[in-house]
Design a protein around this ligand. Structure first.
Ligand code: SAM
Length: 280
């Protein structure tokens, strides 16, 4: 679905509302509406969903999400300067855009959303990573969202989808892939943004699985993965020795060689070890 929204081009919106990009808010805007519609399409079928958008800025991706048919968009933006520009979009899509002026790290948007919910964002990468970790570690699974479509620095995107055996493989890969399908959906060069950032970016799409891929206690898995990767050059029998006095036996029982390093252990292996660590 695609609608002509009769709104002015984003460069004009930025000039009218004096939205010069602020480094402190990580502002690198997407001004090409064909591109923002393409990103919105990566989020899947939006027609029956509420979409939570974090950091809409002048509204390029917001317009993409709405023109691609989102039932409703709830957008949380910290920069008060952007609110008037977003209100113009809300007027063009009556009843479909709710704007919340505030910090996404402090606001609980749940009361504004009706399931099913998808999340989409082009955020400063540090805020994006912090929110991603929160969204991946809710108290219960499945979470309140069906999918996440998020822009990251290319290097962070690669850490999310990484497989064992490389430098990119670590906590983020295990956290993301344990209970989600994760893939890089698009790559974007710096020139796609205004102003251009120093590095390339990528859109990561994560779909929540109904159940974890392998059974494990979330807190134990998180602890063992943190300990293993905090000392990633060490053998596991050394990096994990604080986890249990008989850690070598437990590693072996989980099918892992005590002399292996964190990077060599699959998600399935870490889950088996988390289960072993829960045994009395
Ligand atoms: N989505 C817009 C786009 O694609 O052009 C803007 C992207 S810009 C990279 C990041 C946006 O996130 C900015 O509008 C910034 O003000 C906003 N932002 C930064 N930190 C935020 C926070 N903690 N909560 C909500 N919005 C935030």
């Amino acid at each position: 679905m695609s609608a002509i929204d009769n709104l002015p081009p984003l460069r004009e919106v930025i000039a009218t509302h004096q939205l010069s990009a602020r480094k402190s808010l990580g502002q690198n805007f997407l001004l090409d509406l064909n591109l923002t519609a393409k990103i919105a399409r990566q989020a899947g079928d939006l027609a029956a969903c509420d979409v939570l958008e974090i950091g809409p800025g002048p509204g390029g991706l917001t317009r993409g999400l709405l023109s691609e048919g989102a039932r409703k968009v709830v957008a949380i933006e910290k920069d008060t300067r952007c609110i008037a520009a977003l209100q113009d979009i809300a007027a063009a899509y009556p009843g479909r855009l709710q704007i919340i002026n505030g910090d996404a790290l402090e606001i609980d948007p749940l009361q504004h959303l009706t399931p099913p919910v998808r999340i989409a964002a082009n955020l400063p990468y540090n805020v994006g990573t912090e929110l991603l970790v929160r969204w991946l570690t809710p108290p219960d699974w499945p979470p309140f969202w069906q999918s996440l479509t998020l822009m990251f620095q290319r290097e962070v995107a690669e850490r999310i989808v990484a497989q064992p055996g490389g430098k990119a493989y670590g906590r983020l890969a295990i956290l993301a892939q344990w209970r989600c399908e994760a893939r890089i959906a698009m790559s974007l060069p710096p020139e796609a943004f205004t102003p251009p950032p120093k590095v390339s970016s990528a859109v990561v799409h994560l779909t929540a699985l109904p159940e974890p891929r392998y059974p494990a206690d979330a807190a134990t898995l998180s602890r063992v993965v943190a300990a293993a990767f905090n000392q990633r050059r060490k053998m596991l029998r050394a990096s994990l020795k604080g986890m249990a006095p008989d850690i070598e036996d437990r590693l072996i029982a989980a099918g892992i060689k005590p002399t292996d390093r964190a990077e060599q252990i699959s998600l399935e292996g870490f889950c088996a070890l988390a289960r072993e660590l829960r045994r009395p």
